[in-house]
Design a binder for this molecule. Structure first.
Ligand SMILES: [Zn+2]
Length: 308
């Protein structure tokens, strides 16, 4: 894309968001970026954002008209159409024949789940490679954003290696709440979503597959994290395996006994949770009992902070 196209495109994006910017202003911005060796798509993105901010616009409003605008993962909001430069962090298996590929991409501000839909007819991505993804739409499910790659999306592999934010975190605190959807649940075989009363919100009436998980809130007196433990982690923590959970539910003729037993075992207790951060959740990889001392230290720190 040549410079004139870039200027026109930036101007259109900003106009769409309510800011009148002259081609001269845009050219000047691009020139000054070029002095710092920032060129091409990166310069375009940088200039758009910087001029938007100078005009007092919230970057989010840039997306109001459905225009594709360069963003970082941290700026992504549902409903946007984005251009993202990101690295493939993980690839996951999908059981759905509508999905060509799914996994995680990230940049220095965070990670996001991506889905390449089968009908997009795109080449699949390579783990560890970096790409520019233009014209992807952002949807949200359970408060988690997802990047959708469809027919209108273009994907270009980049020479450079995009740096991805460290996603592991260790967090010590007390379990203060066990959330709905914990214990023995059923998932849709198509999309893996939780099936409620035999109905998947996407696929309707389905034969669900049993799974075991915990969704819990851990609190250190300053901050909270929402934890998700898969079947393996749930078993390691509570001693309840998926088979055991099914037995318990059959015996009681009520699946909620599993959640009740889990709650009984872990609520109010202190743990150090280690896991990867995805949107607002920590996907737990290890959960170790911790003395309340660790949390009390944090409480002391909180008190100190308040005193400053
Ligand atoms: Zn489904």
């Amino acid at each position: 894309m040549n410079n004139t196209d870039d200027v026109a495109s930036i101007q259109a994006t900003l106009k769409n968001a309510g800011a009148e910017v002259t081609p001269e202003q845009i050219e000047n911005k691009l020139k000054s970026l070029a002095q710092f060796k920032v060129t091409g798509a990166e310069a375009k993105r940088n200039a758009t954002r910087s001029l938007a901010k100078a005009a007092g616009l919230d970057v989010k409003t840039l997306f109001a008209g459905g225009e594709t605008v360069p963003v970082t993962v941290g700026e992504i909001q549902p409903g946007m159409r984005v251009e993202l430069r990101a690295k493939v962090v993980q690839l996951w298996d999908s059981t759905s024949d509508k999905i060509a590929q799914t996994g995680l991409v990230g940049d220095s501000t965070g990670v996001i789940k991506f889905t390449i839909w089968e009908n997009a007819e795109k080449e699949v991505l390579e783990e560890g490679a970096s790409y520019r993804i233009t014209g992807a739409s952002i949807s949200s499910y359970n408060d988690r954003c997802q990047l959708n790659i469809n027919k209108n999306t273009t994907i270009t592999q980049l020479e450079e290696d995009i740096e991805v934010k460290a996603q592991e975190e260790e967090f010590t605190g007390a379990i203060v709440s066990i959330q709905n959807g914990s214990g023995l649940i059923k998932r849709c075989p198509e999309c893996n979503r939780q099936v409620k009363k035999g109905i998947c919100s996407e696929h309707g009436k389905v034969e669900g597959i049993y799974d075991l998980r915990i969704k819990a809130v851990i609190d250190n007196g300053i901050e909270v994290r929402e934890l998700i433990l898969d079947a393996e982690q749930t078993c390691a923590l509570t001693g309840i395996s998926l088979d055991k959970a099914k037995e318990m539910a059959t015996e009681a003729m009520d699946a909620s006994v599993v959640e009740a037993e889990i709650t009984d075992k872990i609520i109010g207790r202190f743990y150090t949770a280690t896991g990867s951060l995805m949107s607002r959740y920590m996907l737990v990889k290890a959960m170790d009992p911790a003395g309340p001392a660790a949390a009390i230290d944090k409480a002391a720190i909180a008190a100190e902070l308040e005193a400053i």
